[in-house]
Design a protein around this ligand. Structure first.
Ligand code: PLP
Length: 396
């Protein structure tokens, strides 16, 4: 009935985990949902004002396909500050969330059979989009190097078919933040082997402890002409539902994206564009600071609770707003089942025994991992993590 293409993907694993949590809640269970890829927060005041002003002005028409010139100019200013380089509006496309920016990139860059290197564990949409675009995802395991890929491993995965490398730092799901030598090594490799870099920095505003987020093109300027920056406001402004993201890269790529987007969604929502424009023009940074300190204290409290885990190391949680647990020791310690227990079983137990919803690492290509979001209200976070610690410590 369906096209063969429909067999290449299924609904994202994180969406499935959210659905399982909701089904349990609908069945009357009291669920603490740690699956969300978004932050619990009120709307930023300038976003609200910008949207209301646009509505009051009666703004209701299509805009340029890849966003209004005013917004793209403001974004160019933002990216210039982020990267310490000069960016122009013609190098930027506004998209309906960063997800569309990634999809646009895959569709205009990949030929059938092109390989794309993706460090694993990975955000599930990366390989799904590569497959839809006719490419082949090639995974590089990062589990033995603190979830930051070794440059030698990436190098070993490059073949004549390799077209691009996806870099997502800070990383979803692992929270890893890539260090300068790693980024430099990857950039040098891309230059040498003529590869594209898809640089997803959606969590770039959230780095913790001594970690710093580095845009790859600021570290190795020669890589800029082969880098596509993917970012948006879903995470940095807790604005997931408004669907504003962007893609920044060489003008030729942006022109192709413009043509492609003109046949798919046309412009992103006009009111959301005006709201984000108002934020870029008038935001004073207070909202972002509040969000960052909210996450910093949630992270600290969560790490304190998780430090009671007996067979699971306390996660590093260097960036983003996820705790990524390495369950391999816990799973190994379970005897008598032929080693078949995976994170999926743990997720099922957490839901049924503790009323805690989490995302299994299987979703991210890692059957020994578990992702917990700490973007939820602190009281619920503490209860959820405490219950989780009890279940995992008692797991036999
Ligand atoms: N990139 C990464 C790594 C993500 O985790 C997400 C969302 O979870 C996105 C991109 C997409 O974000 P959005 O489309 O909401 O901007």
């Amino acid at each position: 009935m369906l096209a063969q293409r429909a067999n290449l993907f299924s609904s994202s694993g994180t969406a499935a985990a959210r659905a399982a949590a909701k089904a349990a809640a609908d069945a009357g269970m009291e669920i603490i949902d740690l699956t969300a890829g978004e932050i619990w927060s009120n709307l930023a005041p300038v976003i609200r004002d910008g949207a209301i002003e646009a509505i009051n002005k009666g703004i209701n028409r299509y805009t340029e396909t890849i966003g209004t010139m005013e917004l793209r100019e403001e974004l160019a200013r933002k990216i210039s500050l982020d990267t310490d380089q000069i960016w122009k509006a013609e190098e930027i496309a506004v998209t309906s969330g960063a997800k569309q920016a990634l999809f646009n990139a895959a569709m205009v860059l990949l030929n059938p059979g092109d390989a794309v290197i993706i460090p694993a564990p990975y955000w599930t949409t990366f390989p799904a989009q590569v497959l839809i675009a006719g490419g082949t995802p090639v995974f590089v395991d990062t589990r033995t190097s603190g979830y930051v890929p070794r440059v030698v491993d990436i190098k070993a995965a490059v073949t004549d078919r390799t077209r691009a490398i996806v870099i997502n730092t800070p990383n979803n799901p692992t929270g890893a933040v890539y260090d300068v030598p790693t980024l430099r090594g990857i950039a040098d490799l891309a230059v040498k082997r003529n590869l594209w870099i898809i640089f997803d920095e959606c969590y770039g505003d959230f780095v913790h402890g001594h970690h710093t987020h580095h845009p790859i093109a600021s570290i190795v300027p020669e890589v800029r002409s082969r880098t596509l920056i993917v970012n948006g406001f879903s995470k940095s402004l807790a604005l997931t539902g408004w669907r504003i993201g962007y893609l920044a890269g060489p003008k030729e790529v942006i022109n192709a994206v413009k043509a492609f987007q003109s046949h798919t969604t046309s412009n992103p929502n006009v009111i959301a564009q005006h709201a984000v424009l108002a934020h870029l023009q008038r935001g004073d940074g207070a909202y972002e600071s509040k969000l960052r300190s909210q996450l910093a204290s949630a992270r600290q409290m969560g790490l304190d609770v998780l430090s009671s885990l007996t067979r699971v190391p306390v996660p590093k949680a260097a960036g983003g707003f996820y705790f990524y647990l390495d369950l391999s020791r816990l799973l190994q310690s379970v005897s008598g089942n032929g080693g078949r227990t995976t994170a999926d079983d743990i997720v099922d137990s957490l839901l049924s025994e503790a009323g805690v919803a989490a995302v299994s690492g299987t979703t991210f290509g890692d059957p020994t991992g578990l992702r917990l979001s700490y973007g939820i209200p602190p009281v619920r976070l503490r209860i959820g993590l405490s219950r989780l610690v009890q279940v995992l410590n008692a797991w036999r």
